[in-house]
Design a protein around this ligand. Structure first.
Ligand SMILES: [Zn+2]
Length: 207
């Protein structure tokens, strides 16, 4: 068996496996860690892997085992099958690689996080930019009011999505999915992007 492990490790790097299994590795060999809620790429992936955030580390077989929640031997068999490493141990079929539900859910969490973080930045900007200059002036800008009202629950949701507790993350994802909040936020962000683009064009014309 150890000969088989050695054979697999000598023919596939962790980076090749990660990319094959849908993880984006950037030019400096960094990727968003699939094993914790990762805001910026904090996993170094090359021959082996190491996460500077949650400190998981290992070789290509450890990586695959963790990603697909498999025993090490099954992970090695999967790599041998997916990368056509010969000879396979006797009696092995070649399963079609499929992302497990946990990985798909993690990707969805990261998509939602990206949207919420961008929205949080926008609201923080509004809170500053449209704050009433005179506190006695009751004619507050709607964007300021919106920001003050929505920032606390938004920041709370972001914190909870960064939680290491999967139940906590599931609870917040379920509550987000039960409304059309994300679609509404995306609409606001898209409008905002359009405004920024138009502003740029007007400035170009004025110049
Ligand atoms: Zn990590």
């Amino acid at each position: 068996m150890s000969l088989f492990f050695t054979q697999v490790k000598s023919q596939v790097t962790t980076r090749q496996a990660a990319e094959r299994y849908g993880i984006q590795v950037n030019h400096s060999g960094m990727a968003c860690c699939p094993f914790h809620a990762d805001r910026h790429p904090s996993m170094k992936i090359d021959g082996r892997f190491y996460c500077f955030g949650c400190h998981v580390t290992g070789d290509v077989i450890d990586f695959t085992a963790r990603l697909f929640d498999l025993p090490l031997y099954d992970a090695a068999k999967k790599l041998a099958a997916d990368f056509n490493i010969q000879p396979l141990p006797p009696g092995q079929s070649t399963p079609i690689p499929k992302l497990p539900a946990a990985v798909i859910e993690r990707k969805e969490e990261q998509r939602v996080l990206r949207i919420l973080i961008e929205y949080e930045r926008l609201l923080e900007k509004w809170k500053e930019e449209f704050a009433p200059s005179d506190p006695k002036d009751e004619n507050w800008d709607g964007r300021f009011v919106h920001a003050v009202h929505h920032l606390p629950p938004l920041s709370d949701a972001i914190d909870r999505l960064f939680s290491s507790d999967p139940d906590e993350r599931k609870a917040i994802m379920d509550s987000i999915r039960s409304t059309d909040t994300i679609a509404q936020i995306e609409t606001i962000l898209n409008e905002r992007r359009q405004e920024v683009k138009n502003d740029g064009r007007e400035k170009d014309r004025a110049a």
